[in-house]
Design a protein around this ligand. Sequence first.
Ligand SMILES: [Zn+2]
Length: 150
Amino acid sequence: MKQTPLELRITKKMQPGVITLNGFLGNDDRHFHEIIADDEKTLEKLGYTAEQVAERMQYFTDLSWEFYEQPVEVEGKYAVETEIVRGKLPCPFSHPGVYRKAFTILTNTETGVTIRWSSLNLHLIKAHHFFEGKGSTYRLDPELLVKTLF
Ligand SMILES: [Zn+2]
């Protein structure tokens, strides 16, 4: 697929060592547009939208921030915690501004599954429907997200 200059710049920023050590694409050979489209399809099959997933993630993030670095129990089946790491990251899609390196760690005590996301993850899902490429350190699988968050 031929890329526009903007797409080329974005793809470049997603490579390892540019914004993050391991980059955003993992070992995924697909164009980021395809990654986004495929994950949107997966969500659609499950009956959810990226906005709904992001909204739910935001809800847990906001709750855990109120309990700064202390685990909090939510809805009787979630343990949520925030971990602050020094530093800030910019969005690879070239939005202005930076995102704090804060992680929300959520365990669904019914399924035993723990997922973690950064402020940047949340922004990427909310604004770009981008869950990252397969094999990427911080990829959040949409199906796992739905099963864990709802
Ligand atoms: Zn952005």
